[in-house]
Design a protein around this ligand. Structure first.
Ligand code: HDD
Length: 678
């Protein structure tokens, strides 16, 4: 077979492993053609199945072994292929080859995930999102294993099992699934106050993203860049989505989990399938080694972010996700990330969370993927050659020829052989360390509240209100009053007003707590300052029979503006316009719901059935309550008027034609109208 040439070295490599079964004769795994696949071999038509039925045995055994352990965290995930293109050389800071020459393209594979839930859980859980990227570079795989939140719950990896045990469903009844709203999680928070900053983020809109395509990614840990001259800079990694950072509201998130628990994966899959490729810029924050102690926080503390206004994010390139996987198990489930997979020019800091991560990831793959050869799975193979003396183990695929599997040797000319740094050999940064072995935490890690408050100070009013409701929801689900009280006292240290408002909702009182005083804020943290674009936003267009002849033009203009109008009506098939035009119906009120759309456009008052007005009214009311843009023209205006929504922020009903389209696109770009009277 000719080798596939796509210009993407990973795609070309994967092609060698793709199997198309269509049109082929069925065989056993031994290649034996099968003549019958519906009846097991029996002693007589009504008799018992015979053990000699090798086809039955093979088929059943394989099925019995289909499942592998899900990831201990980040079990629910979805992935896509793409490429990273460098805009600007980073050679001043790192010698990593894929970051040297502008225009260099590197194949990538990205897996997004929720953290707490099981593999089948709903995707709109209030949770951090994983954002793990494997760069298949010429120098080996580089993994940037990031989250959509820039800080972490704990400062030392030894506490990770405790955190995860507290967060996961409680062990005595395995409740609740994919939710932090329960006693053990909040008991952990109150008793491990280093979690304050990240909890502020998980209670914010960041924890309920609108789409994987609309969230930032943060490497969290502090790494090092090393340049050709051996100079080191501390570095934090960022992904910035070109569609901006957007979220849904909590009531909506909970409903989406019921209406479409696959909402985020469907969104990613469909966007790539439609050619609306998700794009993220890659940026770095850099601190020269000599500036390590110049900040009012410890730059190695993973519960601290580096404010972007103080340490700007330098944009180096762009990642585009342009290909869905062929097989979710083979690729998405079997991909194995590791923050320790680095290339020359990228090194580690002493961040104690990172140090522990460097152990955990390989260890977990050993049980999850069943042995030490997971690097040979097609999705995990580097695109560059790999040679060493590691041998054997379950599922070994390479056939290493020759008799030498040790170093040093003379029988194979002492190869494979380590090479010098000049020839690309990885050499660890020679940081000087003069210390005693201690089990301790640095004094400089002890301030848990200043940055939690900085985050709070940076929020707009609606974002603050969402945080207050999130705390009220989560603590309201805790059964233990002592847990609620301890958490209220803890967050009073962040902001008394926040804590008092939550306390009021819980019927409790907070007393005698001193709030941290920082007045600093970081505008980059508020989602109100993100990119606002209408692109790829889904509009539910409510249409009944006899629609006006201008409607198809309006829909075409909305599409040309980058949005995705979809027709919702009271029956499947088509709706018929006043002039006989047919519009194919995409969804009915039974199969769609306002929570699955970004905006609603009401184009008719009546449908074929009496249900139309009732269902459309419900649809509009819900979209309104979720602060979404609502457009209405023709007889649809009447429906919006009946609800007294006309004239409210983000409700457009007294315009028509092109001016309606322009205003509606602008409203869709605004995302939500928080100043609406509810
Ligand atoms: Fe982790 C998976 C991100 C701290 C141990 N982690 C995992 C994934 C992401 C992250 C995105 C999913 C990868 C995938 O899609 O396959 N983890 C983070 C970030 C952290 C972090 C940004 C904070 C800086 N993790 C962290 C600590 C430990 C782990 C402190 C343990 C010491 N993480 C794991 C793990 C997982 C994992 C148990 C589960 C599945 C896997 O590795 O492959 O090893």
């Amino acid at each position: 077979m000719d080798k596939k040439v796509t210009g993407n070295s990973k795609d070309e490599q994967l092609e060698e492993f793709r199997v198309d079964d269509q049109g082929q004769a069925m065989t056993t795994n031994q290649g034996l053609k099968i003549s019958e696949d519906e009846f097991s071999l029996k002693a007589g038509e009504r008799g018992p199945t015979l053990i000699e039925d090798f086809h039955f045995r093979e088929k059943m055994t394989h099925f019995d072994h289909e499942r592998i352990p899900e990831r201990v965290v980040h079990a629910r995930g979805y992935a896509a292929h793409g490429e990273f293109e460098l805009y600007e050389s980073a050679s001043e800071f790192t010698k990593a080859k894929f970051l040297q020459t502008p225009g260099t393209k590197t194949p990538v594979f990205v897996r997004f995930s929720t953290v707490a839930g099981s593999r089948g859980s709903g995707e709109l859980a209030r949770d951090a999102r994983g954002f793990a990227t494997k760069f298949y570079t010429e120098e080996g795989n580089y993994d940037l294993v990031a989250n959509n939140i820039p800080v972490f719950f704990i400062q030392d990896a030894i506490k990770f099992p405790d955190l995860v045990h507290a967060l996961k469903p409680e062990p005595h009844n395995e409740i609740p699934q994919a939710a932090s709203a329960h006693d053990t999680f909040w008991d952990f928070v109150a008793n491990n106050q280093e979690s304050a900053h990240m909890v502020m983020w998980t209670m914010s809109d960041r924890a309920i993203p609108r789409s994987f395509r609309m969230m930032e990614g943060f490497g969290v840990n502090t790494f090092r860049f090393i340049n050709e001259a051996g100079k080191s800079h501390f570095v934090k990694f960022h992904w910035k989505p070109l569609l901006g950072t957007h979220s849904v509201v909590w009531d909506e998130a909970q409903k989406i989990n019921g209406k479409d628990p696959d909402f985020h994966r469907r969104d990613l899959y469909d966007a790539i399938d439609n050619g609306d490729y998700p794009e993220y810029e890659f940026g770095v924050q850099l601190i020269a080694e000599e500036d390590e102690f110049k900040f009012d926080f410890d730059i190695l503390d993973p519960t601290k972010l580096w404010p972007e206004e103080e340490i700007p994010v330098k944009i180096l390139g762009k990642m585009t996700l342009n290909r869905n996987v062929d097989n979710v198990f083979a690729e998405t489930e079997q991909v194995a990330f590791h923050p320790g997979s680095v290339v020359p020019g990228i090194d580690f800091s002493n961040d104690p969370l990172l140090q522990g991560r460097l152990f955990s990831y390989t260890d977990t793959q050993l049980i999850r993927l069943g042995g030490p050869n997971f690097h040979e799975l097609p999705i995990n193979r580097p695109v560059c050659p790999f040679h060493n003396n590691q041998r054997d183990g379950y599922g070994r695929q390479s056939i290493n020829v020759g008799r030498v599997s040790y170093h040093k040797n003379s029988l194979a000319g002492n190869t494979p052989i380590p090479v010098s740094e000049a020839e690309g050999g990885y050499s660890h940064y020679q940081e000087k360390i003069d210390a005693r072995k201690v089990r301790a935490r640095s004094e400089s890690f002890k301030d848990h509240f200043s940055q939690a408050r900085l985050f709070w100070n940076s929020m707009s009013n609606p974002e603050k209100e969402h945080i207050i409701s999130a705390f009220s929801f989560e603590l309201g689900k805790c059964k233990e009053l002592t847990v609620r009280q301890q958490v209220l006292e803890m967050f009073a240290k962040v902001d008394l007003d926040l804590s008092n408002k939550v306390a009021e909702n819980l019927g409790l009182v907070v007393q005698g707590v001193t709030t941290t005083t920082t007045t600093k804020s970081s505008p980059a943290l508020s989602q109100l300052n993100t990119f606002m674009k209408p692109h790829t936003r889904k509009i539910a267009v409510l249409v009944g029979e006899g629609f006006e002849e201008d409607l198809p033009t309006i829909l075409a203009d909305l599409k040309a503006g980058g949005t995705m109008p979809e027709i919702v009506s009271d029956h499947h098939g088509s709706v018929v316009g006043a002039d006989g035009t047919l519009l194919p119906v995409d969804h009915t009120f039974l199969t769609a719901d306002s929570v699955l759309f970004d905006a609603v456009y009401v184009a008719s008052l009546h449908g074929k059935t009496a249900m139309f007005e009732k269902e459309a009214t419900y649809f509009i009311k819900e979209a309104y309550a979720h602060f979404k843009p609502i457009g209405a023209t023709f007889s649809g205006e009447q429906l919006v008027d009946n609800l007294h929504f006309t004239g409210q922020a983000g409700v457009l009903s007294k315009e028509s034609g092109k001016s309606f389209v322009d205003s509606f696109l602008k409203a869709i770009a605004t995302h939500r109208f928080w100043n609406r009277a509810v």
